[in-house]
Design a protein around this ligand. Sequence first.
Ligand SMILES: Cc1ncc(COP(=O)(O)O)c(C=O)c1O
Length: 319
Amino acid sequence: MKLTDIGRTPLIELASLSINGGRCFSKCEFLNPSGSHKDRTYLSIINGLEKIGAIQPGMTLVDSSTGNGGAALAWIGRLKGYKIKIFMPEGMTQERKVQIRSLGAEIIETPKEGFLSGAVLAARRYQAEQLNEQVFFLDQSNNLLNKAAWADCGEEIVEALRHQHVVPDFFVCSIGTGGAFSGIAEVLKCEYREIRTVAIEVNKSAPLYSERNNLTFEHRPHNLMGLGGGVLSTNTVSALVDEVRVVDGNEAWVRMKQFIEHERVPVGPTCGANLLVCEEVALTHQKKNIVTVFFDSSWKYASRWDGFYPEYGGVDDAT
Ligand SMILES: Cc1ncc(COP(=O)(O)O)c(C=O)c1O
């Protein structure tokens, strides 16, 4: 696999969600080389920082991640000649850890109590403690080279839809850092003035939903890794979000499993969240075309296939 294999993923039509006279499409980002959409994110961050001379091969790059970002950074970093350290909250799946380590990166596990924000703080502290300038904290949450990564993906979607003479009415996508959502939404809003964007958060950690509904934000443990990190990141551009909906983690896991069984497309749990909301939209609107994203693959969750993360609460309070 080469860096030029990143991107140009297929946009597939989801037959079971093409209902009520509309059509539903998903961008298969899980087909990127390291198995998730984060390949685009880190290629953009590293290339962008190299271009301005902020980093160069031989340096150590650090970031926080629940696993997909870590794998993408480990793979791209190794190909480009960097040492990689990933700060990761305790309890992430074994598959993700094995993948990151097999790509030569080091994992520093951080206490479960701080979840992803704790990992971010630990990565920042690590960089601050280094006495030389050979360590760089990439900060995927706040580095806008993350969002910039997604312009190409947005253009690919526009091109694929144009080819099929389809005009999308809705863009539906979960947010973690919000990089994928904001970058794609920006391109789609520019191309299709009438499109409505729907951002999804997990109900137990929903800062944007809380802000819009005058609720006090509280982060509670959940089982949709990649979403609900505990803070609203700079890459989530609120002006690009027309509507925010929340999903229940357990329901997303169930929807993912149903989808895999019926459609034989091996997607991960946050894709289940996207499917739930696409379905809500399709059922409540006539003749509307919807676009969503499939972030990663089910193989990354094999060791936690019941959707239960013991580090983050009991079965009933894990969502
Ligand atoms: C499985 C999964 N789904 C969704 C997301 C959200 O992507 P983004 O950070 O671009 O918002 C992530 C981010 O880590 C993820 O790992």
